[in-house]
Design a protein around this ligand. Structure first.
Ligand code: ADP
Ligand code: MG
Length: 322
């Protein structure tokens, strides 16, 4: 911790503390997650270290960047970028009931999906997708945070966490004590999409028992018809009770109404709408992220989004984003 100066505690999360710090080396602010591993058996501690190593390798424009990790005095510290713009949960509450436009929702949703695809492609589960773990930056970029940290914990801690933490994102299979899988992340993704559309949780109740009943029944108040059929039917599929019937994140992104939005999020310096031809700006940064992009004709890129054809049909996004 000598390299960092504590600025303030920003949260007592389910895993431990989240502290805002300032680096003495580069002067930047970071968030440090402190996880007590003192009481853990050595095998579990070893496991935690392995998981952190996986986390360390992740780098994606829509994932909160990991910086480093270290152990000190029985705690594991994970240092990551500080997201100044606040989280989606706060943003939703600040709306005071005023619904977001579909454009806005889909732009955010696509970025969350890109982040989750990056994670799932590497056979990692997020396990803690919720609006409080999704951050917004001033330029409209969305970043998924806290990913992988859940795996650092063992299952006992995880169960306890669900009870004290936010249970709104629990999937039917978890309610039934079945194992967590990639489709449980998809359920939580559905919960986030629902929240963006209604500013409310899909499943809410006065107590845990009623909440679990609602989740298992899969009954939720309908989303406003003000939103497209594409969006509403996607939501219904994310909320399929049988995990196998829920789409994978790759197949979600393959849907034309989302697929046509992907391209503008593959470059870190997104051009202002209608400015310089997209094709010129996109190619290099995309390569940086290992994303082979099909270069669109400038004339096509200059059109308004609504007039654009879905880019490169018949090419599943899974192949494009490998
Ligand atoms: P939780 O388990 O509830 O997600 P956390 O410890 O992760 O708790 O976070 C506590 C608070 O700190 C939340 O309000 C969250 O939005 C904020 N926070 C967490 N990580 C970051 C980050 N990298 N940048 C900015 N704020 C963060
Ligand atoms: Mg968090």
């Amino acid at each position: 911790m000598d390299k960092y100066e504590k600025v303030k505690k920003i949260g007592e999360g389910s895993f431990g503390k989240a502290i805002l710090v300032k680096s003495k080396e580069d002067g930047h602010q970071y968030v440090i997650k402190e996880i007590g591993i003192f009481g853990m058996p050595s095998k579990a501690r070893q496991e935690s270290r392995k998981e952190v190593a996986v986390l360390a390798k992740m780098s994606h424009p829509n994932i909160v960047q990991y910086k480093e990790s270290f152990e000190e005095g029985g705690s594991l510290y994970i240092v990551m970028d500080y997201c100044e713009g606040g989280d989606l949960f706060k943003k939703i509450n600040a709306q005071k009931g005023l619904l977001f436009s579909e454009e806005q929702i889909l732009d955010w949703f696509v970025q969350i999906c890109l982040a989750l695809k990056h994670v799932h492609d590497r056979k990692i589960l997020h396990r803690d997708i919720k609006s409080q773990n999704i951050f917004l930056t001033k330029d409209g970029t969305v970043q998924l945070g806290d990913f992988g940290i859940a795996r650092v914990l063992n299952s006992t801690v995880e169960l306890a966490r669900t009870c004290i933490g936010t249970p709104y994102y629990l999937s039917p299979e978890i309610c039934e004590n079945k194992p967590y899988n990639n489709k449980s992340d998809i359920w939580a993704l559905g919960c986030v999409l629902y929240e963006m559309c209604t500013l409310k949780h899909a499943f809410e109740a006065g107590n845990m028992k009623n909440l679990v009943l609602k989740i298992i029944r899969g009954s939720y108040p309908p989303v406003s018809v003000h939103y497209s059929q594409d969006l509403r039917s996607l939501l219904a599929q994310l909320f399929k009770r049988n995990p196998r019937e829920r789409p994978s994140v790759g197949s979600i992104l393959d849907r034309p109404f989302l697929y046509c939005r992907i391209e503008r999020f593959l470059t870190p310096q997104r051009p202002a709408p209608g400015s310089i031809p997209l094709a010129q700006k996109i190619t290099k940064p995309a390569t940086k992220y290992g994303v082979p992009l099909t270069v669109r004709k400038v004339s096509d890129a200059a059109k308004k989004p609504a007039e654009r054809k879905p880019v490169v049909k018949n090419k599943p996004v899974s192949r494009l984003l490998k």
